[in-house]
Each structure stands twice: as C-alpha cells, then as structure tokens.
Ligand binder design. Structure first.
Ligand code: PLP
Length: 641
C-alpha cells in the first residue's frame, strides 16, 4: 500500500485488506470492518459466466459505489454545518451538484435522493443538462436550487422559466449581458417572476491549469461595469428584487485556502455592494473548485493536489462571507457551492485488465553470438574499428566509452542496412549487442510495456488532454512486492494512447509479473491482472470519446449489504457494443449485417450449417463490445448469443 501511497490519496474510502486486495469502505470513516467491500470479489462476481442471468459483462468496468456518493454529500454538508455553527453564522449552506461532472442518470438521481434532507440541488450548463435537472428536481424537492449557468438562448431561458412554473427553485445566472433582455422579455410573456443571478468576474486569479476561467480576462461572467448595468436595467423595469443570487467560480482545483479566502472575500464585498444598491440578494454561490488530492501529497503547488480538506474549505468560506457581511451590516446569505469534483470523484473505480506485457528483449550471448560473427565480416572498416574500440574499452572497464562506441557502431550498421550491405539478422544482432552493453552498464531502459484492455481516450481523457494524473494501482496481489516497473499502453492505434506518468512524479508504475510469465496474462473467471484507476468519477465519462471506435466501459452499481458477500450488485449495464459505436457514427449495423450476410451467400457459403455459423459469428461481432475478449471475459462475451 505504501508503494502506491494508497493511504494518502485513498483514505477513508480505499485501503488494502489482509488478502492483498483493494478494499472499499463505502461509508468512509464510519464503515464498520464487516461492511468493507473487497474489490476483487466484485470482479470475480461479475466475471462469472452466469452473472446477472447470463447478461455477461466485459471489461473495462466502472464500479460505482452509491454509498460513497452519499458519504461525500453528507461530509460536505456536515463540514459546512459545523463551520456555520461554530462561527455563529446567521444562515445555512445549501449546495448544488454541477451535473456536467457526471451526468449519468443514476449518479444524478442518487445525489438528488441522498441530498434531499438538506435541500441539495443541481446546476446545469446547457439545455439537455437543464432538462435532466428539471425532471429530477420536479419530482419533489421544492426547496432545492436549480442553478442555470452557461451560454443561454431564448429556448434555454424559456425552459428555466417553465421549471420555475413547475415549482423548481430555478435561478437564471446572467453570464452574458445580452441574456438579461431575454430573461426580462420571456418572463413577462410567460407571466413568471424570475429568480436571477449574476456571475461576477473576480479580480482574484487562480494560477493553476484550472484557473483560466478566473481573473478579469476569464471566459465567463460580467465585469463590474456590466454588473452595474444589469442592476440599473433591472431597477428600471421594477425587477431588482429578482436579483437574488451572486455567483462566481474561481476555477476547479483551488489549490489553497488563502486563494479561496481571497476570492470569496472579494465576492462577498460585491454581494454587500449589490445589497446596498437595492438588489434582493439572498444567496452567495461560490461555484466549484473544492479540490481533490489525487496524489495524496496535500500540496498547494500542484494541479493534482490541494492543501486542505472539506472542513478547512468550509471554515474558510464561512469566515470570509461572515467577515465581509458583518463589516457592512448585511444579513448573512445562504451559502451555495457547486462542488462537482469533490462530490463524485471517489464514487467510482475504473477496472481494466493487463492482457500482456512486453519487456525490452532480453538478449543473451547465445542469441547474438553467432549473428555477430557473420556481422563482423559484413562491416565496413570504420564500423570494425568501432567494434575493436568497444571491446578494448570493455576490457579496460571504461563503461562510458563502451556506450559511446556501441552507439556509433549501431548507427553505422543502420546506415549499412539501409544501403543493403547488412542483413536483417545482423541488424538484430547489433541491437542485442547494444542492449547487453546498456544492461551491463546499468543504463538500460528496463521498463516494460503492459498492454491494457482499455482506451485512454474513452476512459481517462483528461490524462491525454491536460496531463491530469489519477492514481492507478493493481487491485490485487498487493501483499506481493511488485517485481517490475511498467508503463501502460492502451488498445488504440495511437501513440498517445499510453500512460507513462503516474502520481508521485513517477514515469513508470511498480507492477507484478503477469501470471503465466512474461507475455500473456491467463484470465478465466477473474484470473487476469486487474488494475484500478481511482478518483476518476468526475468529468472522465462525459469527456471520453470514441477514438478507434472503442466505446464506454461496462458499468455496475455496488452497494454495501449485510448479505453473505457484504455487497450487492444492484445494476449492471454492458458497455456499448460494436454495433452501438458504429451507429454513433451514422452507420447502420443492421443493414451492414444483412449486406455482409448476403455477400457471404454470394461467395459460395451455400451449405446451411456454414452459412448459419458465419451469420452468427458476424452477429456476435456486432453485439460484443469493441474491447479484447480476454480469457476472463470470453465465456460471458459468447453468452450474448
Ligand atoms: N461551476 C462552474 C461554473 C464550473 O465551471 C465548474 C467547473 O469548472 C464547476 C462548478 C465544478 O467545479 P469543480 O468540479 O471543481 O467543483
């Protein structure tokens, strides 16, 4: 566990149990020992051919833990409740979940359900997000906010006003000045009194990667002058009382509480000024930005870590708002936050298999010796001199010089190969010779490549797009010291499809030898080598693409239960099939299937049995997921038919 720093980034949800497997504590620090879930047991269960009535699940797999979601929500609420109580703050905290972090139906529905005792609402940034937020909240959560952010047209604004008619507490946040006229016009037409917010562009700037939305030149929000114009316009039409919320967003992954205090303090001053100008303000919405410590370093100097926890975050916010309001004798507002990453990151684990590993070839004297003899005869005089110098340097023990001559010799041989005067076998022999020299000297790259049954572009897009690191760890065999180091190479035909940077500044990951030796992992009923990507519950699923037509993973939902296994799989959905991903690109799998079948008949497969076999093989290919069918998933994949 210490090798992978699991206790640092994983607590209180992930640890290693006595079997050497990752253990999930679904209720965080309140989890009782018998409630812990062994992740490998989950893998074994869903790998059983009979799992879920023969539904069959292929990897990669997202395992969602709704109990973790509940615990995150409750922990956030209780951090604010405690800060409010201890500081004698005169109002309450009422958060919203920005659905863009993970729009999965069950994630959103869980959040609405688990958050209803404390009026937790939703934030939307587009029309489909608004539609989903409206339909989730209209089921009976009248006091929860629905905060509407993002670029808006007349249709978006009409929808938000309709939501208000449906008794959803919907706030339209003005992000562009032009939106105000639309809100005034449409609300009059629909006969609805809108709840309006303004998004302020703060001067406070967060300098990390996620801070580009902050500062005066940020993409979103209104400048001070624009805010004043909004106030004046609303006043003129007798709607200044509708301006009820002040919003800002410093950026995701706010690194430190000092920056947070600075930003919230500035916004609280704007809030007080707007109250002075007569706005009906009652909510300060501090946006997102509550960070996640992806590497467990608790550092405020990095994009993947933060130097605070939930309690410090809440305390800082409450303090900054209270201080500004007290100085101006302004009634304490409701504090709303739009924390996304902090709510959903921990709730899911992406599990994928390493299917094979390739070491850099391990040459022996035996393998290249005979080749070398022939090679020497083919070499030019210059190359032969290099070889002589190389052996002489080796005898003298001058290893740096050896390396130099080995490299020079190799380059000459490559040139000779290109000219046709060195054979393929001899070129291979020289590669081996150079590798042996490097190994003896100890500079050899002995990092292996582990081929994983995954698409990085689909499942860890932020790694590729913005270099975001997530903890990646084998989910079993953690009681055995890993014998090798490796990088992960995905299935896509793309050289960017590899993970070669890991938390802790590592360029390779300690990994175990695949059982069955170098090369293939032998799977079968959960017998493969499984890795987990943790803390990836936010953003990755929606950002992931279809590169090489690899679709999303299978998804299961696992709840803690007091039954024999300690858990129950309450939902299982196979990932998109080849047919599904083809359909997403406008192809018509049914027609393709028919055309291929017809062609097969034309090609002479007249025998009834041969024809049926061919058709069922084709059908299987359309129905199975695009990922490799490994030994572990073979039985289940075939079960689809
Ligand atoms: N609110 C707004 C307006 C955002 O732009 C974002 C994300 O960048 C969020 C909330 C969520 O931020 P986070 O996931 O950092 O909490």
């Amino acid at each position: 566990a210490s090798l992978y720093k699991i206790d640092s980034w994983g607590a209180p949800y992930f640890s290693v149990n006595s079997s050497g497997n990752i253990s999930v504590s679904p209720h965080g620090a309140e989890t009782l020992p018998h409630q812990e879930i062994d992740l490998m047991k989950v893998v074994k269960k869903v790998s059983e051919p009979k799992f879920s009535g023969g539904l069959g699940l292929q990897f990669p797999l997202i395992v969602r833990f709704p109990d973790v979601l509940k615990n995150r929500l409750e922990s956030l609420q209780s951090a604010f409740d405690s800060a409010i109580l201890s500081q004698g703050y005169g109002s309450h905290y009422q958060g919203v979940y920005p659905v863009k972090c993970n729009q999965d139906r069950f994630v959103v529905e869980d959040i609405v359900e688990f958050g209803s005792p404390f009026r937790f609402g939703l934030e939307a940034g587009s029309k489909p997000e608004l539609l989903l937020a409206m339909s989730c909240l209209c089921k009976g959560n009248p006091e929860a906010f629905l905060v509407c952010n993002g670029y808006k047209d007349a249709e978006y604004i009409s929808l938000a006003l309709i939501a208000r008619k449906l008794h959803v507490d919907t706030v339209i946040v003005i992000e562009q000045e032009e939106e105000l006229d639309l809100v005034i016009d449409i609300s009059r037409k629909l006969g609805v009194r809108p709840m309006i917010g303004v998004r302020a562009k703060l001067r406070t700037k967060h300098s990390g990667h996620f801070g580009s939305t902050s500062g005066e030149k940020g993409k979103f929000g209104l400048t001070t002058m624009q805010i004043l114009r909004v106030v004046r316009n609303l006043e003129q039409v007798g709607m200044l009382d509708c301006l009820q919320l002040l919003h800002f967003h410093i950026g995701s992954q706010i690194p430190s509480t000092s920056l947070l205090a600075d930003g919230v303090g500035e916004a609280a001053q704007i809030y007080c000024e707007l109250v002075r100008l007569g706005a009906g303000l009652k909510v300060i919405d501090i946006g997102g930005g509550l960070g996640i410590d992806y590497d467990g370093s608790q550092s405020s100097d990095s994009d993947i870590s933060v130097g605070y926890g939930l309690k410090e975050y809440a305390k800082t916010v409450v303090q900054a708002v209270r201080y500004a309001c007290d100085r101006k004798f302004v009634k304490h507002p409701i504090i709303c936050s739009e924390s996304g990453r902090a709510i959903v990151s921990h709730h899911s684990v992406l599990i994928f298999e390493a299917v094979s590993s390739s070491a850099t070839s391990r040459p022996t004297m035996r393998s290249f010796g005979p080749g070398l003899q022939g090679l020497l005869e083919e070499l030019t005089d210059d190359a032969r001199v290099d070889y002589g110098n190389l052996t002489a340097a080796a005898i003298r023990g001058e290893y740096e010089t050896c390396l130099l001559y080995a490299d020079q010799l190799k380059q000459r041989c490559i040139q000779q190969f290109k000219e046709g005067s060195v054979s393929l076998e001899h070129l291979a022999a020289i590669d081996d010779l150079c590798e042996i020299v490097s190994r003896v000297i100890g500079v050899s790259e002995s990092v292996r490549t582990y081929h994983v049954n995954l698409s990085l572009f689909t499942s860890i897009p932020d790694f590729w797009a913005i270099g975001q690191l997530f903890p990646i760890v084998p989910i079993h065999r953690l009681d055995q010291r890993p014998g090798v180091r490796g990088i992960l190479s995905d299935l896509t035909c793309d050289s960017d499809g590899k993970v070669d940077k890991f938390i802790g500044g590592q360029s390779s990951l300690p990994l175990h030898e695949l059982e069955g030796g170098e090369g293939k992992a032998h799977g079968g009923g959960g017998g493969g080598y499984y890795l987990g990507m943790f803390l990836g519950g936010a953003y990755q699923e929606a950002l992931g693409g279809l590169h090489n037509l690899f679709g999303g993973p299978s998804v299961i939902r696992v709840s803690q239960s007091d039954g024999p296994h300690g858990f129950a799989v309450t939902r299982a959905v196979p990932g998109p099939s080849c047919g599904d991903v083809l359909r997403a690109m406008q192809h018509e799998p049914e027609l393709m299937f028919e055309a291929l079948k017809h062609r097969a008949e034309e090609c002479g497969h007249v025998n009834e049995i041969a024809r049926a076999e061919l058709a069922s093989g084709l059908a299987r290919s359309f129905h199975n997921m695009p990922y490799l069918t490994t030994a572990a998933s073979c039985a289940t994949a075939n079960n689809n038919f």
